[in-house]
Design a protein around this ligand. Structure first.
Ligand code: HEC
Length: 197
């Protein structure tokens, strides 16, 4: 009886080996979820209108935390006109933040004073503008915000590195820098004037 069982088992095993060259997939007794009906990212799917599994978001979709409705605040312009004045309160906190961010993001090219003679220009032909130029002083706050946001000519865009609130803080600090080359003695509080001379 035991011999018969062994022969049976042996022939089953041998049959398995004999079929090595078959095109059919082997019978899986424990599939272990090796095959699952699913779509892989970006694979084709002819049932869907877009013929692909990766659907575009419905027009007007807003990512969580990105309902940037305040057009003036987020773009620096409204109805096609630059925002005239910085929407942030111009206080010490804003200026300190702006100074810190300016020194990180702008100083490499524009120099910490805004002169445009930063380290990048000193080692390459990539020359930044002097932020004390009358033309740039004459810009309204929203225009400077847009230069940071979208870049201009050879000036790169910084909208992905610098969030909007920080961009406005930088604008406030650029204004403070500009005052250093256009201020008059009248800007100095009377009790401090004597110390200057
Ligand atoms: C990688 C170098 C670089 C960095 C960093 C940089 N700038 Fe500039 N920026 C330039 C160059 C170059 C120009 C001159 C653009 C031109 O006229 O072609 C420029 C021009 C400008 C102008 C004048 C635009 C005009 O209309 O002429 C402003 C304002 C300005 N930058 C502000 C900033 C501020 C604020 C920052 C920091 C957020 C900054 N830049 C960071 C390179 C840089």
């Amino acid at each position: 009886m035991r011999k018969a069982a062994l022969i049976l088992l042996g022939s089953v095993l041998a049959a398995g080996c004999a079929r090595l060259s078959t095109e059919n997939p082997p019978i899986e007794i424990f599939p272990d979820m090796k095959r699952q009906p699913k779509f892989k990212p970006q694979s084709a799917n002819e049932w869907l209108a877009e013929r692909g599994i990766t659907l575009r978001p419905v027009p007007g979709t807003v990512a969580v935390g990105h309902l940037d409705q305040d057009e003036a605040f987020y773009t620096g312009a409204k109805n096609g006109l630059y925002v005239g004045r910085n929407p942030l309160p111009i206080d010490m906190e804003t200026l300190k933040r702006g100074q810190e961010r300016f020194n990180i993001y702008c100083a490499p090219c524009h120099d910490r004073t805004g002169s445009g003679r930063g380290i990048v220009g000193s080692r390459s032909m990539w020359l930044a503008n002097n932020l004390h130029d009358q033309r740039i002083k004459d810009m309204v706050d929203g225009e400077i915000f847009q230069v940071i946001t979208y870049g201009r000519r050879t000036m790169p865009s910084y909208r992905f590195q610098i969030p909007p609130r920080d961009r406005w803080a930088i604008v406030a600090y650029v204004r403070a820098l500009q005052r250093t080359t256009s201020g008059t003695i009248e800007d100095v509080p009377a009790d401090l004037r004597r110390e200057l001379r």
